[in-house]
Design a protein. Structure first.
Length: 250
């Protein structure tokens, strides 16, 4: 996966669908915000329906110990989840998305697909990641494909690297691949990984042969530049160890 074109115009994109933002580079408050998240316990209550969905997976014996696990966070219709399941037959791939409509479009609403090696879950990612982290879950690979960019500067804390859940996301460990069509998001994500882990993390421009997900397909068809941030497992492993050793206040 790592080696590697709708005409609807949203309020954050121009006529060709490219992200529009008044932000010209990495957000000046990112580092300060992230350092605060690294030191401050996240006290927000858990999202109840996500807790229920998570418990269902646990009762079904899927979590937390089913090895080896791949996460497809924000999986949308689950096209990429199924693609990953085909690529990695010895793994269980869990696609997570909060949108019932998107999951239903991919006809993958069933909570656990026991016949195959993938399953889709309707859940809020921030709570889902937190629950996984609390259970010490350690996915081997974690894909975050085309997350909502939240391009307004005032929405920094809604981007995953500015969100209070970011430390828990990193503490899951495993290799992470983030893909997006907004270079600033990719640069910020890489910078945030670097600040938290102490390891340099690069942004790569990618040109996949085919779209692995509906959004990637759409962007490829439109000729958008695409970016990937690849975080090796050894980078997250150090952070995971420090997290579980209580080096950060939790
Ligand atoms: C831009 S779409 C990308 C979907 C898919 N990964 C793709 O590449 O086609 C972002 C997806 O993330 C989901 N999403 C955004 N925030 C979420 C959250 N907090 N919890 C769960 N899903 C979320 C949305 O419902 C949407 O399906």
């Amino acid at each position: 996966m790592h080696d590697v074109k709708t005409t609807q115009v949203s309020k954050n994109t121009n006529n060709s669908g490219l992200i529009e933002s008044s932000q010209a580079g990495v957000h000046p408050c990112l580092e300060k915000l992230l350092r605060r998240h690294l030191q401050t316990p996240w006290a927000q209550p858990l999202h109840r329906p996500t807790l229920d969905a998570y418990r269902q997976l646990k009762y079904a014996g899927v979590l937390p110990s089913y090895p080896p696990l791949i996460l497809d966070s924000g999986c949308g219709t689950g096209m990429s989840t199924r693609g990953l399941a085909n690529l990695y037959p010895g793994h269980l791939v869990i696609g997570v998305d909060r949108s019932q409509a998107r999951l239903a479009r991919g006809q993958n609403c069933s909570p656990v697909d026991k016949s195959g090696n993938c399953t889709m879950v309707r859940a809020e990612l921030a709570t889902f990641w937190r629950l996984l982290a609390n259970d010490g879950c350690n996915p081997e690979k974690h894909f975050i494909l085309y997350p909502n960019p939240w391009p307004k500067p005032g929405h920094l804390s809604r981007r995953w690297h500015g969100h209070p859940v970011f430390p828990q996301l990193l503490s899951l460990g495993g290799e992470i691949e983030l893909r997006c069509n907004w270079e600033i998001y990719a640069l910020e994500f890489a910078l945030a990984v670097g600040i938290a882990t102490g390891e340099t993390c690069e942004v790569a421009r990618i040109l996949p042969d085919h779209g692995v997900s509906p959004f990637e397909k759409k962007y490829l068809e439109r000729g958008h530049p695409l970016f990937s941030v690849y975080v090796p497992a050894k980078t997250t492993a150090g952070f995971r160890a420090a997290w579980h050793a209580g080096r950060f206040k939790q």
